[in-house]
Design a protein around this ligand. Structure first.
Ligand code: RTP
Ligand code: MG
Length: 140
């Protein structure tokens, strides 16, 4: 039985782009065997970010998160591979960089800036439904 190849949305957040980590993040994705299907550098506007983070509207970290995501360019990638949605989240590590496992992107490069945990370098879709929704949003 064959499993259909999945696609996920990966974002290198403004902190990752500013710290010149885009290449390192892409290297890890490719080294794992996933394929880059599409990529762009963009300045996200509030409308796009509000749609992207709609599930977090009303939470205390929502406004600072949107402001951070608007603060500089983002690299958006469409990445394909077998179980890539789950696999990229393992590559990324847990949300909080302080406790993310060494060997993961957030574990190896994430810093606690004392600003909650917004600046954690990357985003990856968390389910097939999120991936479909987010890919349509960022690569329409
Ligand atoms: P992401 O969506 O960015 O891949 O991260 P995630 O699934 O690991 O985390 P999620 O719960 O979806 O939160 C989205 C982003 O919001 C920021 N955040 N801040 N308590 C806080 O201050 C807090 N919690 C979450 C992070 O940037 C997180 O990645
Ligand atoms: Mg999430």
């Amino acid at each position: 039985m064959t499993t259909p190849i999945e696609e996920t949305l990966v974002l290198v957040k403004p902190d990752g782009v500013a710290r010149n980590l885009t290449g390192e993040i892409l290297r890890r994705i490719e080294a794992k065997g996933y394929s880059l299907v599409d990529l762009k550098l963009l300045q996200a506007d509030r409308e796009l970010l509000a749609e992207h983070y709609a599930e977090h509207e009303g939470k205390p970290f929502y406004e600072p998160l949107i402001e951070f995501m608007e603060s500089g360019p983002i690299v958006a990638m469409r990445v394909a591979g077998n179980r890539v949605i789950e696999g990229f989240r393992v590559l990324a590590g847990t949300t909080d960089p302080t406790t993310a496992a060494p060997g993961s992107i957030r574990g190896d490069f994430g810093r606690d800036w004392g600003l909650s945990v917004q600046q954690n370098l990357v985003h990856g879709s968390d389910s097939p439904e999120s991936a479909a929704r987010e890919l349509a949003l960022w690569f329409s």
